[in-house]
Design a protein around this ligand. Structure first.
Ligand SMILES: [Zn+2]
Length: 417
C-alpha cells in the first residue's frame, strides 16, 4: 500500500512538472504529452495514470487561482501521500465493505472497511452510485453520487440572516409569516476556550516545536468537531423545517473582508467564525431533500426598511427603527425580512406563492427554531406526513445536476481481513 501511495504521488508530481513545462491545462493534451513516458517508467495499474493527470491539473488550477488572488505561491508540489482511483478501477462490496484496489495487472490489495450504521444508510440505498475513491494514510474517502431529487413546488420562503450568536429567520407562506431563531452562541464560547488553550499550549511547549505542532493540531481538530456538531444540529433543523413547509431557503451571499478600522480581536473573532461551513451544510442538506436554495446580495439588508424601503446611513443599534415610517424590529430579523424581500423581487413565481406583510409581524414573538419544527410551522395547519422525496414533481424542467456526498471511512485501513 505504501509503495502504491508513493508511486501515485510520484506520478502526480511528474505530471505537474510536464504540465507546467508545456503550459498544459487539458487532460487530453497532458495525456498525449506524458502518458507514454509515465506508462513505461511506472509499473502500476494503468488506470492510475489518467487519475494522476486529473489530480495534477487540479493542483495547477488551484495554484492559478491563488496567483490570481495576488497570493504568492512557489513551485507546485504534492507532499501528501495519496491515491485516487476512478470507480471503474476499484471494487467495493457495499454490503461487507470489502475493498479491492489494483496495484499491477492481476495484483490486488484487499482491505476491509469498517462500516457504521451511518455509512450503511448510504451504501444500502441503490440510488447512490459509487464515484471516485481517494486513499490517504489511515483514511479512505468514497464519493457517492445521486441525481438531485425533484425540486418540490415551493409554497413558502425562509429568509435567513446569519449572525455570530444566532441564525435569524423569517418564514413566510401564503397563510402568513413567523419569526424564528436558532441559538448558536455556544460556538463563540467553544472557539474562545480553544483559542486560550492553544495559546497556553504554545507557550508551555515552546521548546519542542514538533510536539507543539502535534498538540495544536489535535486541539484544532477537537474544536472543529465540536463547532461542526452545533452547526449540524441547526442546519438539520432548518432544512427539515423548509422541507416540511415546502419553502425555499434564501441565504445571503457571503463575502467577509476584514476591515482595517475593526479592532484586532473582533477581526479575529469574525474571521474564525464558521460562516462558510454553516452555509455549506445548509446547501448540501437542502440539495439532498430537494429544497431549493437562493442566494442574494447582502448589501444594506440590515439598514433598509422592509416597509417603505428607506435606508439608514448611520449605525443601526439592536433594533432597526425607520426614520420615515416608524417601522421597528430587531436588527437581525429585519435583515432576514429584507433578504426574503430581495429574493421575492427577483423571482416572480416565488412572489406569487409567498405573501409578506411586514405589518403583520410587527408585534410577533420570536420562536426558537426547534419549537417551530415541533409545531410543524404555523399553528393552524397540520403537518404533512409525506416525505419530501415522495412529493409530486413540479412541471419545472428536471434538474439533472448531481449532488455528491463524501463518505469518510476513517481508520478503516487497519488490516486486511
Ligand atoms: Zn420605513
Amino acid at each position: 500500500m505504501d509503495w502504491l501511495l508513493r508511486e501515485f504521488r510520484l506520478l502526480v508530481n511528474k505530471s505537474i512538472r510536464i504540465a507546467t513545462r508545456h503550459d498544459i491545462r487539458s487532460r487530453f493534451r497532458l495525456a498525449r504529452e506524458a502518458y507514454a513516458d509515465l506508462s513505461r517508467d511506472h509499473a502500476v495499474y494503468k488506470q492510475y495514470i489518467p487519475s494522476s493527470f486529473e489530480v495534477a491539473l487540479g493542483v495547477l488550477k488551484a495554484r492559478r487561482r491563488s496567483l490570481n488572488h495576488g497570493r504568492r505561491s512557489g513551485a507546485p508540489y504534492v507532499q501528501k501521500l495519496m491515491l485516487k482511483a476512478e470507480n471503474q478501477s476499484y471494487r467495493l462490496d457495499r454490503k461487507t465493505g470489502c475493498l479491492q484496489i489494483p496495484v499491477r495487472p492481476r495484483e490486488y490489495i484487499t482491505l476491509r472497511l469498517t462500516l457504521s450504521p451511518w455509512h450503511k444508510k448510504f451504501f444500502d440505498d441503490e440510488r447512490w452510485k459509487l464515484g471516485s475513491l481517494t486513499i490517504v494514510p489511515h483514511k479512505a474517502i468514497v464519493i457517492l453520487r445521486r441525481h438531485e431529487p425533484h425540486p418540490v413546488e415551493t409554497r413558502a420562503a425562509i429568509g435567513l440572516d446569519t449572525n455570530e450568536e444566532t441564525l435569524d429567520g423569517v418564514l413566510a407562506g401564503a397563510e402568513g409569516a413567523l419569526l424564528f431563531t436558532a441559538q448558536l452562541g455556544e460556538i463563540r464560547r467553544i472557539q474562545a476556550t480553544h483559542f486560550l488553550r492553544r495559546r497556553k499550549l504554545a507557550r508551555k511547549k515552546a521548546n519542542d516545536r514538533r510536539l507543539t505542532q502535534r498538540l495544536l493540531a489535535r486541539e484544532g481538530h477537537r474544536e472543529r468537531n465540536r463547532v461542526r456538531q452545533k452547526l449540524h444540529l441547526a442546519s438539520k433543523q432548518l432544512v427539515s423545517l423548509a422541507a416540511r413547509r415546502k419553502a425555499v431557503i434564501v441565504l445571503e451571499a457571503l463575502k467577509f473582508t476584514r476591515t482595517k478600522d475593526m479592532p484586532k480581536t473582533l477581526n479575529r473573532r469574525l474571521s474564525i467564525w464558521p460562516w462558510r461551513e454553516i452555509h455549506r451544510q445548509i446547501e448540501y442538506k437542502a440539495a439532498l431533500q430537494g429544497v431549493p436554495v437562493m442566494k442574494v446580495n447582502p448589501g444594506w439588508t440590515s439598514k433598509t426598511c422592509p416597509v417603505c424601503g428607506a435606508r439608514r446611513r448611520d449605525r443601526v443599534g439592536e433594533d432597526f427603527v425607520c426614520l420615515k415610517c416608524d417601522w421597528e424590529m430587531d436588527r437581525q430579523h429585519n435583515a432576514g425580512l429584507n433578504i426574503l424581500k430581495t429574493a421575492l423581487a427577483s423571482n416572480e413565481a416565488l412572489a406569487r406563492a409567498v405573501l409578506v406583510q411586514p405589518d403583520a409581524l410587527r408585534d410577533d414573538v420570536v420562536i426558537p427554531l426547534c419549537d417551530v419544527l415541533q409545531a410543524g410551522g404555523f399553528a393552524k395547519d397540520e403537518p404533512s406526513g409525506v416525505e419530501p422525496d415522495e412529493l409530486a414533481p413540479t412541471n419545472q424542467p428536471r434538474d439533472i445536476r448531481q449532488s455528491q456526498i463524501e463518505v469518510l471511512l476513517c481508520n478503516a485501513l487497519s488490516r486486511p481481513p
